[in-house]
Design a protein around this ligand. Structure first.
Ligand code: MP5
Length: 191
């Protein structure tokens, strides 16, 4: 492993073992932190759909089914966010915070990047959520529905399928960029 490999390992840990997730697991997260994350994540998913729909349009034939399935799942997920917001009595239409804007900028850069790096970045950000929410599982957390959403077997299968399209070894810097944005996103919720 190169020195960069060590940097990447620490970024993977930081993005998937964050204090936000510990607080979700322990049930000690405040409503204001959780709701801030929820609102900003719904905005992020809207941005992700824009990126992914365009990625589908330029993907090789063999990647279309996986990416198209992901687009359909993102539309369903936006409905799910609306339901969650309603249940929690929060308004989703709020301004994007700096970490969300910075992530939007990265997605725009990826939109202009060659397909291979772009699909690798998509695999990274989905894998982060799979690992992160799986680590937040507990019998007592009131956020079990969120844990289930991102640790469901069908979601793990989707992440694996994206893994079959990704070429992380050739895109260390992009992988690091995505992981750093993920850490900043959790940080934002706790700020
Ligand atoms: C995902 C997400 C996973 N919802 N939010 C961030 C900041 N990173 C990754 O995407 P999805 O579509 O919810 O599985």
């Amino acid at each position: 492993m190169t020195t960069f490999g060590g940097v990447l390992d620490s970024l993977w840990s930081a993005a998937t073992r964050h204090p936000f997730l510990e607080a979700v697991r322990e049930g000690t997260i405040t409503d204001s932190a959780f709701d801030r994350w929820l609102v900003q994540d719904a905005l992020f998913v809207g941005d992700l759909l824009t990126f992914q729909a365009r990625l589908l349009a330029r993907a090789p034939r063999t990647a279309q089914a996986v990416l198209a399935g992901g687009c359909v799942a993102l539309v369903a997920e936006l409905d799910w966010f609306e339901g969650q917001a309603m249940r929690r009595g929060i308004e989703l239409e709020q301004p994007a915070l700096p970490a969300t804007l910075a992530y939007r900028e990265l997605l725009e850069q990826l939109d202009a990047a060659p397909y291979e790096g772009a699909v690798t970045a998509l695999w990274v950000l989905e894998r982060v959520y799979l690992l992160a929410w799986t680590s937040a599982a507990s019998d007592t957390s009131p956020f079990g529905e969120f844990v289930e959403h991102w640790s469901a077997p069908a979601f793990a299968d989707y992440v694996d399928a994206l893994g079959g399209l990704a070429v992380p070894d050739r895109h260390d810097e992009l992988v690091a960029d995505v992981l750093a944005r993920e850490v900043a996103f959790w940080d934002m919720a706790l700020a």
